[in-house]
Design a protein around this ligand. Structure first.
Ligand code: FE2
Length: 184
């Protein structure tokens, strides 16, 4: 018979490593973001991610296992890509830099949605309902975060296309190079 419990533990170890890396990466992403709403989205997700680490630790405790992260190469790659976007941001106009950060963040979210989706199913399948419920909460947060990033990107895409959008007034005091480029 397949050992679903071992599969669940492996998924949780992978997710713990992923979340720990994200706790370190999200403040840098928030700092690199130009649009205040995007900064805020990353900051909110940082607080959620810290709580998600606590939930994972609780899940290990419920399963009687130690909370050992297992290096997750997929997430390492996605985060490296995010770091690249941050270092390239200064060479880009603000709109492109923000859209590029959103794209990197959504790839991370989709990876997590896949991981939590699988882990939740495994937990319920082996009768670990409390663990399954904890994972469901986190899955809901990851899905909301993905949805929010799409909502933040929408006016930016409109701005990039037309040069006019309501979020423009929400920008911080830095010069709007993207607008200058659009008007050039
Ligand atoms: Fe997460």
């Amino acid at each position: 018979m397949a050992d679903l419990r071992s599969l669940l533990i492996e998924e949780l170890q992978d997710l713990l490593h992923a979340e720990n890396q994200l706790v370190a990466a999200l403040p840098k992403m928030a700092e690199a973001a130009h649009l205040p709403r995007l900064k805020e989205t990353f900051e909110t997700h940082l607080a959620q991610t810290q709580n998600q680490v606590t939930r994972l630790e609780k899940a290990f405790e419920l399963l009687g296992e130690s909370a050992e992260p297992k290096p997750c190469r997929a997430m390492q790659g996605l985060i490296e890509e995010g770091q690249e976007r941050i270092s390239e941001a200064s060479e880009k106009d603000e709109l492109s830099a923000d859209l590029s950060l959103i794209s990197a963040a959504q790839k991370i979210e989709h990876y997590e949605i896949a991981g939590y989706g699988t882990a939740r199913v495994l937990a319920f399948q082996i009768g670990e309902r409390e663990v399954g419920t904890l994972l469901s909460h986190t899955l809901g947060e990851e899905e909301s975060s993905d949805y929010l990033l799409t909502a933040v990107a929408k006016p930016l895409l409109q701005d990039a296309t037309t040069g006019e959008h309501p979020a423009k007034g929400q920008r911080n005091g830095k010069s709007n190079r993207s607008k200058q480029l659009l008007n050039a």
